[in-house]
Design a protein around this ligand. Structure first.
Ligand SMILES: *Cc1c(COP(=O)(O)O)cnc(C)c1O
Length: 216
């Protein structure tokens, strides 16, 4: 199957749920095939890789979905409409500073380490509330959603993590105020986006399901 057929198939299948076409390791030409087929959002993991190819990419919404190092924050704020991978208060502070310097309000999602895995990035479930109260003081940050990468497991194990995220999402949506305006729940990748949608995802991130297996 081709990139454009795959894109159309996924878009049709997910209906009103938003698609992030995940473009790490994919060249601009193939990214544009997905955009022409109807993808409106692309997701990149690395600022440097995106910088190298972004001039050739057609107009679309650009999301950063990979871990962001502090020395790349300035560029990330320049390039990305949404930074989905915000995983520490230090990063929020850095993003706020760089956004203020260019007169931007940076939209972000908070990444939640829903499986409580030591090796994974993201806020712990039990610190999320205190994080949110701290974020209120950063005027150049607007929190628009939550993102997670659940632990590797069977679809039914994964479902339970998606369900936990949905509960957190509903709870936080009910407390929106100031610069916390949570609208999106970004979860589900090629292998599990159908389960994620059943559990309430509003946005899925699909890479290999559109572009085929990645060659690093
Ligand atoms: C690579 C990646 C995806 C997409 O993964 P596939 O299994 O190729 O669909 C989604 N989210 C994040 C954060 C990723 O790094």
């Amino acid at each position: 199957m081709s990139v454009d057929e795959n894109t159309k198939t996924v878009l049709k299948e997910i209906g009103n749920v938003k698609l992030v076409s995940v473009t790490k390791t994919v060249d601009a030409e193939r990214i544009n095939q997905s955009i022409r087929a109807g993808a409106t959002i692309i997701g990149e993991n690395r600022v440097q890789e995106f910088e190298d190819k972004c001039a050739e990419i057609l107009p679309c919404e650009r999301h950063l979905i990979g871990h962001l190092q502090s020395n790349k924050v300035k560029k990330a704020v320049q390039y990305f409409d949404i930074i989905q991978s915000v995983d520490s208060l230090k990063l929020i502070q850095d993003i706020d500073g760089k956004a203020e310097a260019i007169g931007k309000v940076q939209e972000v999602f908070l990444q939640v380490n829903i499986g409580d895995e030591p090796q994974k990035y993201g806020f712990d479930l039990d610190e999320i509330n205190s994080v949110v109260s701290e974020i209120h003081s950063y005027d150049n940050i607007l929190v628009k959603g939550l993102m997670c990468i659940p632990p590797y497991g069977s679809p039914e194990e994964t479902r339970l993590y998606f369900r936990k995220m949905k509960a957190l999402f509903d709870e936080m949506k009910g407390e929106n105020s100031g610069n916390i305006d949570i609208q999106e729940l970004s979860m589900g990748m090629s292998g599990d986006y159908r389960v994620a949608i059943e559990e309430g995802a509003t946005m899925v991130r699909v890479g290999s399901g559109i572009f085929g297996n990645r060659k690093y």
